[in-house]
Design a protein around this ligand. Structure first.
Ligand code: AMP
Ligand code: MN
Length: 221
């Protein structure tokens, strides 16, 4: 087990901790982008209310329900469908990273991560429900997004996606899962991450340029 990681049992035995559970839902697919770039897998993430990318899920109280029942309840609210998540879908548990806003609160906080493979048709059903019947749509969840796993000629795709901002350790949960479940080859992932860092630098420059555009020309006071 990697450092900082806990088994599900150790995590549950940690006194005074809050628990949050999130899941990566994915399927295989034969779809091709532009009829020639294989998409290979559909992976669902979401644009959260705070403008960050993350996985569906949320806080669970293990004194009142199992982690998995709590996660399924969160999924009903965020996705509009009742998906059963089981202990077998559990991948890892770890203390929330210090940079997460919640870690500044006095109570310690553990995140549990699950991965569940479902059929492509179920993924489509989740996307439909998430945008229509889900109670959190337009509130806690601004929309579901698919993760592009390919790299386009211009170097976009996975690298651009990874250069966005993510909640907590969601980016490392995504990268670890891509490797662990063999969804992207390690060399390809390494290339995409290297390119992401360049994109990130460019984004910084871009933001600085945009900021100068809106600098107030006259003093207001
Ligand atoms: P949520 O209700 O989905 O916002 O999740 C509960 C808490 O977990 C929030 O305080 C988030 O900061 C945190 N969180 C959400 N997604 C993740 C994630 N993928 N990894 C770590 N923490 C997360
Ligand atoms: Mn949530």
């Amino acid at each position: 087990m990697a450092s900082g990681q806990l088994s599900r049992a150790e995590a549950l035995a940690s006194p005074g901790c809050r628990h949050a559970c999130h899941v990566m839902l994915f399927s295989d697919t034969k779809i091709q982008l532009f009829g020639r770039i294989p998409i290979r897998h559909i992976i669902l993430m979401q644009m959260r209310f705070d403008g960050l990318l993350g996985f569906p899920g949320g806080f669970v109280n293990p004194l009142k329900e199992t982690l998995e029942t709590g996660l399924s309840r969160e999924l009903s609210e965020e996705l509009g469908v009742a998906l059963q998540i089981s202990v077998e879908d559990h991948v890892d548990s770890c203390h929330a990273p210090a940079s997460s806003p919640s870690s500044s609160s006095s109570s310690r906080f553990i995140t549990h991560f699950y991965v569940k493979k479902i059929e492509e048709e179920q993924i489509r059903e989740v996307e439909r429900a998430a945008a229509t019947t889900a109670t959190d749509h337009g509130h806690e969840v601004l929309g579901m997004v698919r993760v592009p796993l390919y790299t386009t000629k211009g170097g976009g795709g996975l690298s651009s996606f990874l250069s966005h901002s993510f909640i907590g350790n969601a980016r490392s949960q995504l990268v670890n899962t891509l490797l662990r479940f063999n969804l992207v080859a390690p060399e390809e992932l390494h290339k995409a991450l290297t390119h992401s860092m360049k994109i990130h630098t460019h984004t910084g420059e871009d933001l600085r340029a945009v900021t100068t555009l809106i600098k107030p020309k006259t003093k207001l006071f």
